[in-house]
Design a protein around this ligand. Structure first.
Ligand code: NG6
Ligand code: CA
Length: 501
């Protein structure tokens, strides 16, 4: 019998690999930058209507208790890629734009799981996990190692953040539109070349930098950046086209790979600073530039969903939508976003946001859709983005070598709606650690200032222990450390055990 089946398979699919490939769904991870839980209208956001994201949520499972590992970008992305809590490894904080690659090349990564299972893997968008082996590098030639050495067959990225140099795209780790007569040099310590800086020439800026927050080094496209660069005039992006370029590359990847299973990481740059959306979105929201950027983000999500339909693969594609950390309004530019925000609550019912240990820092929008396969709904299961690695490894029958992805847990049942509980517990991270279990959260006494004035963030910092009952008190207002000593003791011991491992 087995031989007959094998023979038939070979006849129809040209061998086991092809048969295997036909059976598995494509997976797209759409990952926004600094999008808060409450920024999307399906989570109750009132500032803008995110029609396309809401539609995705309607067709899939909208998770209300899903978390990044950390409240900033690099560590969260490190966690999702490696399945290891970033705080276990030094050098995983917010990286400058010239940093070396921090993802180990010899370990199983999230895209590596798919690659191993026979998928074609692609990355389009923000990277922010470093390139090459050293800080000093030649930006005028292929830079290795990078995304293509840690699990992606194809990559089209910008290196760090939209507010950091070099403001260029790299396709398969080579700067696009490089010109040998105008070589690129990047430096984060010393000024290079003669390009004007925001500090010396504020009159050249179309978006003023917040004097408290820097962003006043090399000016590119009328915006002061973090870091210095010279050269590469033809290679520099204009912020207004970022979203279009990434979207087009993501669609191209989908079209080119629609016949084989693919895994695409599509890392959007909205609503991170500088918020400089395309003309067609300007003035479209009542929230100013940040709201306009949210509409642009939602449009890009809709375009991807349209492309899946146009290619006839919408039923065989799992779409996961999330963000790398919580929201922030003032993050370095005088863009009037605080003033225009009105009653909109970017973190939804939660306190804090980006840079914060409170729930607003790591609890982000998280939607999983797989039309026809998973039943639409809402889930309060405790999920870490860090769990995607082990969950897909399990689903695709891939073994995780010992010592790899130590903190990733198989949450396949929760991700597909069969289980409503999710993780037993989860560590949250921003400067220091906190832990969540059974709806309770413990933040150990720490020396972090309770409020970051420049960004207007409640940090979760406190000189005394904090304990919250998140179910009754999602906004972490009533500290129960003194009234629930048993719970405090339990969570203290659990956090000590987790962080000692
Ligand atoms: C901070 C920047 C902020 C943003 C952030 C990275 C200052 C004062 N602030 O250091 O503007 O770029 O880094 O954001 O420089 S993240 O989403 O990539 O983590
Ligand atoms: Ca971010």
């Amino acid at each position: 019998m087995y031989k007959v089946v094998l023979f038939l398979c070979t006849m129809f699919f040209g061998g086991n690999v092809a048969l295997y490939s036909q059976q598995h769904p494509n997976v797209i991870l759409i990952y926004a930058d600094d999008l808060g839980f409450g920024d999307v209208s399906c989570n109750g956001g009132t500032g803008v209507t995110t029609l396309n994201i809401d539609q995705l949520a309607k067709e899939g499972i909208r998770f209300t208790n899903a978390h990044t590992t950390s409240s900033t970008c690099t560590p969260s992305r490190y966690g999702i890629m490696t399945g290891e809590y970033p705080w276990r490894k030094k050098g995983t904080g917010i990286l400058p734009g010239d940093a070396a690659l921090i993802i180990p090349t010899g370990k199983l990564t999230l895209p590596g799981v798919f690659q191993q299972a026979g998928y074609t893997t692609g990355l389009v968008g923000k990277w922010h996990l470093g390139l090459g082996n050293t800080v000093e590098k030649n930006w005028n030639q292929e830079i290795k190692p990078g995304p293509n050495q840690v699990g992606y067959h194809y990559s089209f990225i910008f290196p760090a953040t939209a507010d950091r140099v070099p403001t260029v795209f790299l396709e398969n780790q080579k700067v696009l539109n490089i010109d040998s007569d105008d070589p690129i040099t990047v430096d984060y310590k010393t000024r290079v070349g003669t390009d004007p800086t925001g500090k010396e020439h504020p009159e050249l800026l179309k978006l003023k930098s917040d004097p408290e927050q820097g962003h006043n080094n090399t000016i590119v496209n009328g915006i002061g950046r973090i870091g210095y660069m010279t050269g590469g005039k033809l290679a520099r992006w204009s912020d207004e086209e970022l979203s279009f370029t990434f979207l087009e590359k993501a669609k191209e990847f989908i079209r080119q790979n629609k016949k084989t299973p693919f895994f695409l990481t599509y890392n959007l740059t909205e609503p991170h600073v500088p918020r400089m959306p395309a003309t067609m979105f300007r003035g479209k929201s009542k929230l100013g530039l940040r709201g306009d950027a949210l509409l642009q983000l939602d449009w890009a999500v809709g375009e991807i969903l349209n492309e899946l339909r146009a290619q006839g693969i919408e039923k065989n594609t799992i779409v996961i939508f999330s963000s790398d950390n919580g929201p922030v309004l003032n993050d370095g530019y005088e863009d009037r976003v605080v003033e225009l925000n009105g009653a909109h609550k970017p973190a939804g019912p939660f306190r804090g946001g980006k840079y914060s240990l409170l729930e607003g820092g790591t609890r982000v929008p998280f939607i999983v859709s797989w039309p026809g396969k998973i039943r639409p709904g809402v889930s309060n299961a405790l999920i870490g983005q860090i769990d995607l690695l082990a969950s897909f490894a399990k689903y695709l029958h891939q073994t995780i070598p010992a010592g790899n992805a130590p903190d990733s847990r198989n949450m396949w049942a929760a991700l597909t709606g069969a289980d409503q509980k999710g993780r037993d517990h989860l560590v949250e991270h921003s400067g220091t650690l906190a832990i969540v279990k059974d709806g309770w959260k413990y933040i150990p006494a720490n020396n972090i200032p309770p409020y970051f004035k420049t960004t207007g963030t409640e940090s979760g910092g406190s000189k005394t222990d904090q304990l919250y009952n998140l179910q009754a008190d999602p906004a972490e207002k009533e500290n129960r450390a003194a009234t629930d000593p048993g719970k405090l003791k339990e969570l203290k011991a659990l956090l000590a055990a987790e962080s000692a491992e």
